[in-house]
Design a protein around this ligand. Structure first.
Ligand SMILES: NC(=O)c1ccc[n+]([C@@H]2O[C@H](COP(=O)([O-])OP(=O)(O)OC[C@H]3O[C@@H](n4cnc5c(N)ncnc54)[C@H](O)[C@@H]3O)[C@@H](O)[C@H]2O)c1
Length: 441
């Protein structure tokens, strides 16, 4: 029987269980003694985020008194690898292309591998990196289906045994306002959480049309943000940030999810463009989760929670019911930019042999998003146990295809555009014709 509410004690206990306490440690410590350390780094996925993460890793090294040498980079597309490689003085021979570029990097003496490809490849790449004994920074989300999320959890455990550091791109966990919020909760200043709501509502993302003569594998790798099998759908790809905050403050994933979604305006691929879900954390604690990618509509990215002593927002805005001013200790960050701070924490963990490992947190939040997506796609109530324990559940092995492994075996076939899940039917159906876009949007 679970406790009635999420008390301070259970937050701390469950937080420690999912590694929150462990990851908070480096954030409160002073600048690490990294002088003289040189890290050899490789990057897989040379798009916007990969290029950014590499730059931020170099910047973080300077902040901790260390140095980064970029040894090799890889992208499915040679020109993207070369473009990013050039910025860091990587010779063209170490700018790899194709779907097996990560293997070529892992054959080199890199200390740290940064993973920033389409999410579908994360479990495969993480497993390989951990097997090769590398420390990892990996972007969220870390899987697109239940088997993938479980693979990441398992690889995370192997990394722990090997003493490897894994930091995830859920950067709110490395951001001052969010850490203040977590501290206030840990200190009991907000009482017990009784409910909340989380949102990532915004406009449509990019569409990358198939180039002349492009095969399905390269089309999918490029237009990945529009295919569920590559991105996990936007509930997974974007909203995972907000879901991660809910799981963090509550200290555990939901027991079940039920809700709905649909495809109103999306122009490419096979995803929905809106979701609305009830996440049931047990013991009468529910979080409403909503996300949308449609132009011309309300936009808002936030998390709000109601406690028995006050209300608080993810970014650190807190108010107590009795109006008393909160007495919180200052949280010292080495960088005010969470995208840099996450690399500071990565390097400090390696330097200090701290074993920071965020694999479980991010895999749990990724799987929570996947649970919500399956609930909306099927119209059914989906339980956490369906994804983690019950091997005979229809959802346990609900894998997206083609799988990451398929891309290295030979040609793959892209799912058809505009054929999407039809809740209640157990099938996929051709989506209705979309209305014209609003003027000026
Ligand atoms: N933490 C954040 O705030 C944040 C922000 C943006 C993106 N992201 C995440 O970062 C990841 C990358 O996003 P992005 O915006 O850089 O996308 P992007 O399309 O700009 O870059 C992805 C790159 O990966 C390459 N790629 C795809 N599959 C590959 C494979 N198997 N091997 C090698 N290269 C491969 C693509 O060619 C592309 O260059 C995604 O998981 C995304 O969700 C996180």
């Amino acid at each position: 029987m679970e406790s009635k509410n999420v008390s301070r004690r259970s937050f701390m206990k469950s937080a420690a269980a999912v590694g929150v306490a462990a990851q908070a440690v480096p954030l409160f410590t002073a600048r690490a003694q990294g002088a003289g350390r040189k890290f050899k780094v490789g990057l897989v996925g040379c798009g916007g985020r990969g290029a950014g993460a590499l730059k931020q890793c170099v910047e973080a090294a300077k902040l901790v008194g260390a140095e980064v040498e970029v040894l090799a980079v890889a992208d499915v597309f040679k020109e993207k690898a070369v473009r990013v490689g050039k910025l860091h003085g990587v010779p063209e021979a170490h700018c790899f292309d194709g779907f097996d570029g990560y293997r070529k990097i892992l054959a080199l003496p890199v200390d740290i591998l940064l993973l920033a490809t389409a999410p579908a490849f994360r479990p495969l790449h993480l497993e390989a990196a951990v097997a090769a004994g590398k420390h990892v920074f990996m972007e969220k989300p870390v899987a697109v289906d239940p088997p993938g999320a479980r693979r990441v959890m398992a690889a995370g455990e192997v990394a722990k045994q090997k003493g490897l550091t894994i930091v995830a791109g859920t950067q709110r966990r490395h951001q001052e306002g969010y850490l203040k919020m977590a501290k206030a909760l840990q200190d009991g200043l907000m009482g017990t959480i009784t409910g909340g709501r989380i949102s990532w509502c915004g406009g449509a993302l990019w569409v990358r049309a198939r180039e002349a003569g492009q095969d399905d594998a390269h089309y999918l790798a490029n237009n990945w943000g529009n295919f569920v099998g590559m991105s996990g759908d936007h509930i997974c790809e974007q909203h995972v940030h907000n879901i991660d905050v809910a799981n963090w403050v509550i200290g555990k994933p939901p027991v079940s999810a039920v809700g709905f979604g649909g495809r109103a305006r999306r122009e490419s691929g096979d995803q929905f463009d809106f979701f609305s879900l009830d996440l049931d954390y047990g013991s009468e604690l529910h979080i409403h989760s909503m996300c949308r990618q449609i132009n011309g509509c309300y936009g808002g990215v936030w998390e709000q929670f109601v406690g028995t002593k006050g209300t608080f927002w993810g970014g650190g805005k807190m108010s107590t019911l009795d109006g008393k001013k909160l007495d919180l200790p200052e949280i010292k960050m080495i960088s005010s930019d969470p995208y840099v701070q996450e690399h500071v924490d990565l390097l400090n963990s390696i330097i200090g042999n701290k074993g920071l490992n965020e694999a479980q947190n991010v895999a749990t939040s990724t799987l929570t998003a996947i649970m919500g997506r399956i609930a909306a796609y099927t119209g059914e109530l989906v339980r956490w146990s369906d994804l983690m324990e019950k091997k005979d559940s229809p959802f346990y092995n609900m894998a997206c295809t083609p799988t990451a492994d398929d891309f290295e075996k030979g040609p793959v076939v892209a799912p058809p555009d505009d054929v999407v899940a039809a809740p209640g039917s157990g099938e996929k159906k051709k989506a209705a014709k979309k209305p014209a876009a609003k003027k000026g949007k």
